[in-house]
Design a protein around this ligand. Sequence first.
Ligand SMILES: *Cc1c(COP(=O)(O)O)cnc(C)c1O
Length: 404
Amino acid sequence: MENRREGNATMDMKAIIEQAERDLLHTYNRYQIVLDHGDGMYLYDCEGRKYLDFCAGIAVFALGYGNEEYNNALKGQIDKLIHTSNYYYNVPAVEAARKLKAASGMDRVFFTNSGAESNEGAIKAARKYAYRKDGRTDHEIIAMNHSFHGRTMGALAVTGNAHYREAFEPLIGNVRFAEYNDFDSVQSCVTDRTCAILLEPVQGEGGLVPARSDFLRNLKALCQERDILLIFDEVQCGMGRTGYMYAWQRYGVKPDIMTTAKALGCGVPVGAFLMTEHVAAASLEAGDHGTTYGGNPLACAAVEKVLDLFEKHHIIEHVREVAPYLEQRLEEVKDRHGCIRERRGAGLMQGLVFDRPVRDIISAAMERGLILINAGANIIRFVPPLIVTKENVDEMISILEESI
Ligand SMILES: *Cc1c(COP(=O)(O)O)cnc(C)c1O
């Protein structure tokens, strides 16, 4: 409560929302609340109402709100140095890269500012790898239907949702879409120009769909046989959410290139694409890729501290303890309500699939002090901060059931 901006305490939300709708570009149908500050698992709007948060800014704020060590690390870095350029070295970037390598099992890191930008880098790395082999410029990428990789032109080109892409064509070309969890479908897209297969180990926006183990294992074998790069987008399912630091570790299928963002900085905009030494040595070279902000000292101080706190507070172990309980409680809710078709997901990345649009349920929950988010029109997604407790799960379930 200390950091509450008093000026806002008396401002009425309706006036702020009206102003926002005059000034901001209308690309989101926002829920009608103005959030002001947070504390642990709870958010407060600017009229002082309290909300249990099961969205975490869409799988971002893993450590909960107002974590003192995290906040102090950022404040300390702000007083030292916020930005340099990638033409110089800085200690937070070096340390963050070392820790991220250890957490991810990958060998080389390029820091970016977002998930989409991480996927842009991954696509460029894959194309350059193939180009250096045969000098051709007609290489193809296989991506998945119902995937989501971001809104920039390259990331959009590999996003398996025609509605998101259509108005913005032509995007980057030579992308083929296969069915997720259907190895034959992927195989039928492979040509002698395929340079990469890109997918999320657990599809997020596409509806909380975990990959099948045999699907990933078959893809890995195919990629090794044909020297195709396997790219995993771990932007949403990475950073502990499935009970593993990165979801590929749960399957034991290691990608050649991996992208991460969302919870990586726990709110400071930062992402990364990472690769094996083999790919690093044979793809992007000096001058091939860059970013002004990516990996700046402030962002990397956040990454470093987030990775430290994951270890210190045993976040992975905690997820493994709470996630089965969330799963069990959601199964019970599903069994009690005929309008729920299915529960699916992995770890603290869960979805309830309804037979109707869920926006009204989400609004009703918000009126009762619970923040939820959808994934597509008919699915409620549960991606709470990873510090969520069983008591928080119980509180969420009781509000959810009232709202249904
Ligand atoms: C959110 C998301 C992205 C895009 O990340 P931004 O930071 O919004 O650009 C990419 N891939 C996946 C799997 C995501 O969930």
